[in-house]
Design a protein around this ligand. Structure first.
Ligand code: GLV
Ligand code: MG
Length: 337
């Protein structure tokens, strides 16, 4: 059985105090389950190899099921052997009537079994400050030895406008996920889906000659590019981890893989999974492919002490490609460990 300290490490070697800590294990997929749903809970012991199992108390749990979900999560944390999987929760939003009981109950009853608490609909750093203080009080009362970590969902226009402040709001900050469904509503986007693209969001090539309809090609664009890129920068600058959130069309495994891969290429370390099929997609996408890793190791070997320039297969390599290759190679090493 894991111990909480197995998942913690100093964020940066030689970092000044206070040392920020993040979970050590991979978090390529954050798999959501409803802890009040007995059928889902019964499947948890068979989900070995899922990096993160998240007991969801917020949206998708009906108002009259909130207490059952909270009690179910306490039972899961106490009684179910989740193997090496981390246990996270998403509590209700800070303006809801349920969140205070969520935090008090979970920290008091099973604070030593939880790794990360996800806070939805974060509007700014003051939301994180509030949670930070409350957790400190509850942890002291419960005598917990490890601080609970906090993960913010980026799903309000105000949150996006202040994402850099949110990322640095507390040493507890572990990461940030894009919440495309709530964010779309908050921004008054005209979409009606959970994540992914939209066939109407496209660019069209210029007309050829006088006929404006002839020979023109369209390309669908990524609705989430700006937000993901901004979130990744905020997280990288703060030393915390960025994630894509949910992809709601469970049947569309192709679109899901594409959306996850865009996020991976832009710097995200994982995404949510809402169905077992998406666990495999996230594992594949957020683990570097063997050929990528082999190429990265070839560059590193060819570059010796990492300075200067060499040509490999007609491509120029230098100190900067060494750094990129170190990212890929060290990710592969971490996943293999
Ligand atoms: C997730 O919570 C979302 O709103 O997309
Ligand atoms: Mg949401």
């Amino acid at each position: 059985m894991r111990s909480p300290k197995d998942f913690f490490r100093p964020l940066a070697v030689g970092a000044p105090e206070p040392v920020r800590q993040i979970p050590l294990g991979p978090s390529r997929m954050i798999h959501f389950f409803d802890p009040g749903n007995e059928k889902m809970v019964a499947k948890l012991p068979g989900m070995a190899g899922t990096d993160v199992l998240l007991g969801n108390l917020e949206d998708a749990v009906a108002a009259d099921r909130k207490e059952a979900a909270r009690a179910g999560l306490v039972r899961v944390a106490r009684e179910v052997d989740l193997g090496e999987s981390q246990l996270w929760t998403r509590v209700n939003s800070l303006d809801s009537p349920w969140v205070l009981d969520d935090l008090v109950t979970l920290v008091t009853e099973v604070g030593d079994k939880l790794d990360v608490i996800m806070i939805p609909k974060v509007e700014g750093p003051e939301d994180i400050h509030y949670v930070d203080r409350l957790l400190a009080q509850l942890e002291a009362r419960a005598g917990l030895r490890w601080p609970l970590l906090v993960h913010a969902i980026l799903e309000t226009a105000s949150g996006v406008a202040r994402v850099e402040e949110i990322a640095t709001a507390s040493p507890r900050m572990q990461g940030i996920s894009l919440g495309p469904a709530d964010l779309a509503a908050s921004r008054r986007m005209k979409t009606t889906r959970v994540g992914g693209g939209h066939p109407g969001y496209l660019v069209r090539t210029d007309p050829v000659g006088e006929d404006l309809t002839a020979g023109r090609t369209t390309y669908q664009q990524d609705l989430w590019h700006y937000t993901v890129a901004r979130m990744v920068d905020a997280c990288a600058a703060a030393g915390i981890l960025p994630y894509y959130g949910p992809y709601g069309d469970i049947r569309d495994t192709v679109g899901c893989e594409d959306q996850f891969r865009n996020a991976y290429l832009l710097g995200c370390v994982g995404a949510w999974s809402l169905h077992p099929a998406q666990i495999a997609i996230a594992r594949k996408v957020f683990s570097p492919a063997p050929e990528e890793v082999a190429w990265a190791r070839r560059v590193l070997a060819a570059m010796g002490d990492g300075t200067g320039a060499v040509m490999l297969d007609g491509k120029m390599q230098d100190d900067a490609t060494v750094k990129q290759c170190q990212v890929v190679a060290s990710l592969a090493d971490e996943l293999a460990a």
